[in-house]
Ligand binder design. Structure first.
Ligand SMILES: [Zn+2]
Length: 454
């Protein structure tokens, strides 16, 4: 039996009929007459005009007379949002591997790779590769952290990296939205370099970021000066009107409690709703009453949490010759139950912190649902890779399918969330502004300038 090939009408106005859209992506109530199925999937006719969604109606509800494709109940998702990535580290694993796959090894290998290789040309090539992967997989926006610790004697790494970031953001505008966060061990903000970095970030339209561990140190234990260091960071952010995005408690040590300190600092500085925290692993291994008190404070401070499940599974609880006993992830279900905005993102990609990945948010979603048990029912899970990360990035149109929004879609050969979850879907069809994105993920040879054999 031959299958019909998918062909998008050539016209600027067309309809996608019988598209099944997870309710979590609608950004509001379903159109009248559209009923949700058991997974929260809503059967819709989507009318596209000049690259935008002109109309959403219940399937068969009298869509305008224009060329149409019948999706026959297959899923239509928005292009997805990766609110926590590291494009500057990506695709360095072959030349500077992490010998043991653990956190200290990742930190040391990254320092070596950065010191040896990260000139503008190297950053440009690896960042462009990552962006091309993301675009092909249907990613609309990426927030990337950028290593910004004070440079060594030979180069000012932050200046080099942020210049390449600004160049890439401009070059990819209209294809993948890029945001940058300055990443440095938090003690830098108590030194004169902290103010210089904050100025560089402000001049680049970025966010103030950092990691709640000391330079050269690890997450874990209680960082004695954490309150003073956070005060220094928040003062720099406030003076420049910068939002804050931190790497917090990426450890299974229950004594690590920076998240509560960040929540207190957020409230102390009146920065509610402007702070995002990634990882927050130790929260899952603290006594329940301690974790509950922190979660309540996080909710009160309007802190958004980003869980990075694939990288947590890789780094946490790793010891050579011993099988890991815990998953390493933040207590996402408890955070959601407390009303905290939680997004899921990819984090590292083929570097010393995570050896795998392809900047594919759908792949992260499929893994993350399994790791975090965000299923049974599945209906709320899609929000973690669509509207929630879009709101964290301040992109109200991204990650949703709504009237007036961009026709940025992923069409999947799956009729239920179970079928979405079951296969990796390299056969997905990505639309940007209503037109098909023809790009495929770049060949690995593009990283080394070699010619791909096919
Ligand atoms: Zn990260």
């Amino acid at each position: 039996m031959t299958q019909p090939r998918f062909a998008l009408p050539e016209t600027t106005a067309y309809a996608l009929r019988n598209a099944r859209v997870p309710r979590a992506f609608l950004g509001g109530p379903a159109p009248e007459g559209a009923e949700a199925d058991a997974d929260g999937g809503v059967l819709l006719d989507i009318t596209v005009e000049a690259g935008r969604i002109a109309r959403l109606a219940g399937a068969g509800g009298g869509a305008p007379d224009c060329p149409a494709v019948d999706l026959a109940g297959r899923h239509a998702w928005p292009r997805l949002v990766d609110a926590h990535a590291h494009l500057d580290k990506g695709h360095s694993v072959a030349r500077t591997p992490n010998p043991d796959g653990d956190f200290p090894g990742a930190r040391d290998a990254t320092t070596e790779d950065r010191t040896r290789h990260w000139d503008a040309e190297d950053l440009r090539r690896r960042m462009a590769f990552g962006l091309a992967c993301a675009e092909a997989h249907g990613v609309a926006a990426i927030r990337t952290h950028l290593d910004s610790q004070e440079g060594g004697p030979l180069r000012d790494q932050a200046a080099v990296t942020w210049a390449v970031f600004r160049e890439m953001r401009a070059a990819w505008a209209g294809r993948v939205v890029l945001q940058g966060v300055g990443l440095t061990p938090i003690d830098a903000y108590a030194t004169p370099y902290g103010a210089r970095l904050a100025d560089l970030i402000a001049g680049s339209g970025g966010l103030l970021g950092g990691v709640t561990r000391p330079t050269g140190g690890l997450h874990g234990g209680a960082l004695a000066e954490i309150d003073a260091l956070l005060d220094a960071l928040f003062r720099l952010a406030k003076a420049r009107d910068l939002d804050v995005d931190l790497h917090v408690d990426e450890t299974g040590d229950p004594a690590a409690a920076s998240l509560d300190a960040v929540a207190r600092a957020t409230l102390r500085h009146g920065y509610e709703g402007r702070v995002t925290c990634g990882h927050c692993c130790s929260l899952a291994v603290q006594p329940p009453e301690v974790a509950a008190a922190t979660i309540a404070r996080v909710a009160r401070a309007g802190i958004r949490i980003i869980t990075l499940p694939t990288v947590n599974m890789y780094l946490q609880d790793r010891a050579r010759g011993r099988t890991p006993r815990w998953r390493g992830t933040a207590p996402v279900q408890e955070l959601l139950a407390a009303g905290v905005a939680v997004a899921m993102a990819g984090d590292n990609c083929r570097d010393a912190f995570y050896a795998y990945g392809d900047h594919d948010v759908l792949d992260t979603f499929r893994a993350g649902v399994r790791i975090l048990h965000l299923d049974h029912p599945l209906d709320r899970a899609p929000a973690l890779v669509g509207p929630v990360p879009a709101a964290i990035m301040g992109l109200p149109e991204a990650g949703t399918i709504r009237t007036g929004g961009p026709a940025d879609l992923i069409l999947l050969p799956a009729r239920s969330l179970n079928e979405v979850m079951a296969r990796p879907h390299p056969d997905r069809i990505v639309l940007a502004r209503g037109r098909r994105v023809a790009a495929a993920p770049p060949p690995y040879e593009a990283l080394t300038g070699e010619v791909a054999p096919w």
